[in-house]
Design a protein around this ligand. Structure first.
Ligand code: TUI
Length: 310
């Protein structure tokens, strides 16, 4: 089976997480130029905005890059068509089942890699024609599923015959190796890229990641059906307290509306939503993305030979 670097024609078997409002063309191009697969996160943006991002990304890199479509977005259907018109090479999806779009994407030569958090969805997207899946454990930042990476990755690798890319809880070489040991053919990283020179977010966000400890994250929205892992702050604590007291979705939304933008653009430490994974505690230095990838994959082939016996 192809490893993900061969499938995508990139140097390292690593793809970037589709981080809404964070993964602009600037981050995507930087990741691709450093030898990974960069992704523009469509997030909640409309077609016009994302189209412009794609065109700008092409100016900054001649390497492959992709677009992440967040399926809960009201623009998802229009974005699904637009990526075909713009000749996007790779599409990843999150927060839903992309089944209805896969045939059209495949007919137009796009490499399709849905992000899933269960065996059932992995099997469904494989049947629909997906080229690979990202299995994202609950250690990840942002919107999350139930299972841990440790439990999810081997169950999905047993259940499908397309390559599996592990995500959630991966920030250093030990975790890359563990992912390969579990049967993954590549990794997706998000949190570790937040503390990079190139990541276009407010300095306060980067510093919050750098200062985070192992217990710095908390999950909001468990009761709403859309749990989201963020770094603890005033807003996150208030959210959890209100939701424990039985606050309505509307009351909670007042708190979170626009909160990711407040974190990313304004660095609003009290009222921002600083999405990050449990590995934030492992991320302690600012590096370039090139350095991060070199560190993630240093001597990896020597170790991988030992994994062949598994
Ligand atoms: O999508 C993500 N991470 C995200 S999306 C996001 S934007 C957002 N903000 C607030 C609330 C909701 C979304 C921030 N972070 N990761 C990939 C991922 N996908 N994790 C879990 C899932 C998932 C969940 C359910 C994928 C499919 C799914 O299936 C439902 C179904 O219809 O079968």
């Amino acid at each position: 089976m192809k490893n993900i670097a061969e499938l995508l024609n990139i140097k390292y078997p690593v793809i970037q997480g589709g981080m809404a409002n964070i993964a602009t063309h600037v981050l995507a191009a930087a990741v691709s130029n450093a030898g990974g697969l960069g992704l523009i996160a469509a997030g909640g943006n409309d077609v016009l905005t994302v189209r412009e991002e794609i065109r700008k990304c092409k100016q900054l890199t001649d390497k492959p890059f992709g677009v992440n479509i967040m399926l809960m977005s009201p623009h998802a259907k229009d974005l699904a068509q637009m990526v075909i018109e713009e000749d996007v090479q790779v599409v990843t999806t999150g927060a839903g089942n992309p089944g209805q779009y896969i045939k059209n994407w495949k007919d137009n030569g796009i490499i399709v890699i849905p992000v899933v958090s269960s065996v059932a969805l992995a099997k469904r997207v494989e049947r629909a024609g997906a080229d690979a899946v990202v299995t994202e454990g609950t250690e990840a930042g942002g919107h999350i599923g139930e299972l841990t990476t440790m439990a999810l990755v081997p169950q999905v690798t047993d259940a499908v015959s397309i390559p599996v890319i592990a995500a959630g809880g991966i920030a250093d070489k030990r975790q890359v190796l563990a992912a390969f040991a579990l049967g993954a053919k590549g990794v997706q990283v998000g949190t570790v890229l937040l503390a990079s020179e190139e990541c276009p977010i407010h300095e306060n966000y980067k510093n919050k990641v750098l200062k985070a400890s192992d217990s710095a994250t908390i999950v909001t929205g468990r009761g709403t059906g859309a749990p989201v892992r963020v770094l603890k702050n005033k807003m996150a604590r208030e959210y959890v307290k209100m939701s424990d007291k039985g606050a309505t979705l509307e009351e909670l939304e007042v708190l979170t509306l626009g909160s990711l933008r407040r974190a990313v653009f304004d660095g609003d430490l009290d009222r921002g939503s600083f999405m990050a994974g449990q590995v934030a505690g492992l991320v302690n230095e600012m590096r370039t993305i090139k350095q991060i990838f070199e560190d993630l994959f240093l001597d990896i082939n020597n170790y991988k030979n030992n994994l062949e016996i598994l």
